[in-house]
Design a protein around this ligand. Structure first.
Ligand code: CIR
Length: 265
């Protein structure tokens, strides 16, 4: 089994802006603390760097409150990057801000540019064999169709799946753990989208632990979900917990905070 879906040489992150207090959220559970978010973010970047990867840390973008959640701006594949077209109007401009940074690291950068196409990186899970894209309130059929066309000549197959109603992104409820294993909430797994994969469920009441990342040899999980953490340790993964209380107030988690990739030489 190859490991290109979780072996990375690079990541891009963006420091949180003070405007983060105005970030989008489904339910208001309180104003995020910028100071604490910065500390969690620094822990996150340090954990990525500890695996030996180069982490490009971009400056805050005050004009875009949600811009710390860089994952939504692009899909990074070994052959090239695809700049997304976020479905949240306040986030549309973030994608253009990311494009030059991708161009500096990749030979080829393509763009989702159809006027009717909307797609956010949080709805995309890349495995060893396919690119799963959840249709959601942020990602529509036109966006998925355009992505399908734009990665076909790179040999990637896109499969449309459904993000459960009321869930922000597909990856809010799942993560890749290795070439054949996925961490998912029971509610998402029940949709049948992971047939053929080994699936580990988050513990009941710990659904928010599903947004983790496998980055080289480590699995970063949000702190505060001990039964899911223990299940992953028992399954043999090297797990590291990262504080996520402030990003969680804005429906963000481990995957949202980085673009992870290994450009083909
Ligand atoms: C948003 O609603 O767009 C942000 N507050 C959270 C984005 C989280 N991103 C992700 O799951 N990939």
């Amino acid at each position: 089994m190859s490991d290109r879906s979780f072996r990375f040489t690079h990541a891009i992150t963006r420091r949180p802006a003070a405007s983060i207090v105005n970030g989008l959220r489904a339910v208001d559970t309180g104003t995020p603390s910028l100071d604490l978010m910065r500390r969690h973010h620094a822990d996150y970047v340090a954990a990525l760097r500890a695996t030996g990867a180069v982490v490009v840390e971009l400056d805050p973008l005050e004009a875009f409150p949600d811009s710390v959640f860089v994952e939504d701006t692009a899909l990074c594949l070994p052959e090239g990057a695809i700049v997304m077209r976020p479905g949240a109007p306040s986030r549309l401009g973030e994608a253009a801000e990311m494009a030059p940074h991708l161009a500096a690291l990749y030979g080829e950068v393509r763009r989702i540019d159809g006027a009717d196409s909307f797609i956010e990186g949080g709805d995309i899970l890349t495995t060893e064999t396919e690119v799963l894209v959840g249709r959601s309130a942020r990602t529509n059929a036109a966006g998925i169709a355009e992505l399908t066309r734009k990665v076909a000549d790179w040999g990637h197959k896109v499969r449309e799946v459904i993000t459960p109603p009321g869930v922000l992104h597909f990856k809010t409820d799942c993560s890749l753990l290795d070439g054949e294993t996925i961490l998912a909430t029971a509610r998402l797994d029940a949709s049948g989208c992971f047939a053929g994969y080994r699936v580990i469920h988050t513990a009941e009441g710990e659904e928010a632990a599903a947004n983790a990342i496998r980055f080289n040899d480590v699995v970063l999980v949000p702190a505060g979900f001990p039964r899911t953490r223990d299940a992953l340790v028992k399954a043999g993964y090297a797990v590291q917990e990262i504080g996520n209380s402030e990003c969680a107030k804005l429906d963000g988690g481990m995957s949202c905070l980085s673009l992870r990739f290994r450009p083909r030489a």
